[in-house]
Design a protein around this ligand. Structure first.
Ligand SMILES: [Zn+2]
Length: 115
């Protein structure tokens, strides 16, 4: 196994893995907060770091057929969401290349100001 190098985001509002606190993205990368996952709320987000992708799979979602890859935290292997690889519906194409983060799998943490 290669050594896992996790990167650290130096921004005030960070999304991190709820299990191990590995940084995944920032508030500024969110495209939409109005997404639903099988676990509840989700975020459409245009950039995730410190994740690995699973194999592509066809998935029938509320908005039609998509090809998706599950994404996993590199540190603890928690499935934190998925990436849209292909959308068969023209109206859903904007999601391709973006990710959905499962809100219950992440924490949104705000830095405390340190004097
Ligand atoms: Zn993790």
């Amino acid at each position: 196994m290669p050594r896992v190098l996790t990167r650290f985001i130096e921004e005030p509002q960070v999304f991190a893995c709820a299990n191990c606190k590995t940084h995944l993205s920032t508030e500024g990368n969110i495209e939409s907060k109005d997404f639903t996952t099988q676990n509840g709320r989700g975020f459409l987000i245009n950039k995730l770091i410190n994740v690995t992708n699973g194999p592509s799979a066809d998935r029938s979602l509320r908005t039609g057929m998509h090809v998706c890859q599950d994404v996993y935290c590199v540190t603890c292997d928690t499935n934190v969401g998925w990436k849209y690889i292909k959308a068969f519906n023209q109206t859903e194409r904007y999601k391709v290349g973006n990710f959905v983060l499962d809100a219950v799998k992440v924490i949104n943490y705000h830095w405390e100001s340190v004097d």
